[in-house]
Design a protein around this ligand. Structure first.
Ligand code: FPP
Length: 253
């Protein structure tokens, strides 16, 4: 990655910054465990990383940053940990919305919001409203999100439109499915260009399964609380060395 002959760091091609980056923020628990701290200390530090990476991504010109903050499977964790994770959006938005506005960042949230504790729902709706006039990067939290649930709900919706005669089954195409998913508000940017997972795990864990069909997947051993602007830059450099062919033969360079 680095040019050993003159020790200069490679620089990012500012014309090829991924428009949509999605991140599976993993490793909070292990970060805490290494320090003999409770797991929630890792989540608290992970929240600080969210602030750092939001500002860094916005500065780099990323248009959408989608963060997997809580999956539909995360309810299986101990009650104390779930409660703490549910309190994080409240803390985060209470404290960080002014800076988001300063950075012209617009907050969006996708997932089953009405199953969240009332306080969390309120914080989420307030942050969305408070940043609705911002026109820069979209910070999209996946909260109580699961991709199979998203696809199932889309299929149910399309099924009922077929049943009522609004659409013919043979008119169902990729675009129609895309338009029925929770990322539909992102329009042309609904599919991530780059999917990052931290902490050395190499799985997609029910995240954006339809949308990552042609995303570049980049994995790092860095634990989420240790992820920083330099790690993000390195991930984007890796992405910029990939040749995206979308099943074809022509190189994108
Ligand atoms: C996975 O690490 C992480 C989560 C399930 C939670 C992610 C949440 C944050 C990073 C904070 C979110 C902040 C806001 C503002 C909502 P893990 O606990 O599974 O780590 P481990 O695999 O090391 O145990």
């Amino acid at each position: 990655m680095f040019n050993k002959s003159n020790q200069t760091k490679p620089t990012l091609d500012t014309n090829r910054i991924p428009k949509h980056i999605a991140i599976i923020m993993d490793g909070n628990g292990r970060w805490a465990q290494k320090r003999h701290l409770p797991r929630i200390a890792g989540h608290r530090q992970g929240m600080e990383t969210v602030k750092t990476i939001t500002k860094a991504a916005s500065k780099l010109g990323v248009q959408v940053l989608t963060l997997y903050a809580f999956s539909t499977e995360n309810w299986k964790r101990p009650t104390d940990e779930v409660s703490f994770l549910m309190s994080l959006p409240v803390k985060f938005f209470d404290n960080f919305v002014p800076e988001l506005i300063e950075n012209n960042v617009q907050v969006k949230v996708m997932g089953v919001i009405d199953q969240l504790p009332t306080q969390t729902q309120r914080a989420v709706h307030r942050a969305i409203a408070d940043t609705s006039q911002c026109t820069g990067m979209i910070l999209n939290f996946a909260l109580n999100y699961g991709s199979r649930l998203d696809i199932r709900m889309a299929v149910q919706q399309i099924g009922s439109e077929v049943k009522s005669g609004q659409i013919e089954p043979d008119k169902i195409d990729d675009q129609m499915i895309t338009d029925h998913l929770m990322t539909n508000f992102l329009g042309k940017l609904s599919d991530p260009d780059l999917l990052i997972r931290t902490s050395g795990e190499e799985r997609v864990s029910n995240f954006l399964l339809w949308q990552i069909a042609y995303s570049e997947l980049v994995f790092t051993n860095v634990l989420w609380p240790d992820f920083n602007e330099q790690t993000l830059t390195n991930m984007i450099l890796t992405y910029q060395h990939r040749d995206r062919r979308y099943g074809g033969l022509k190189t994108s360079k």
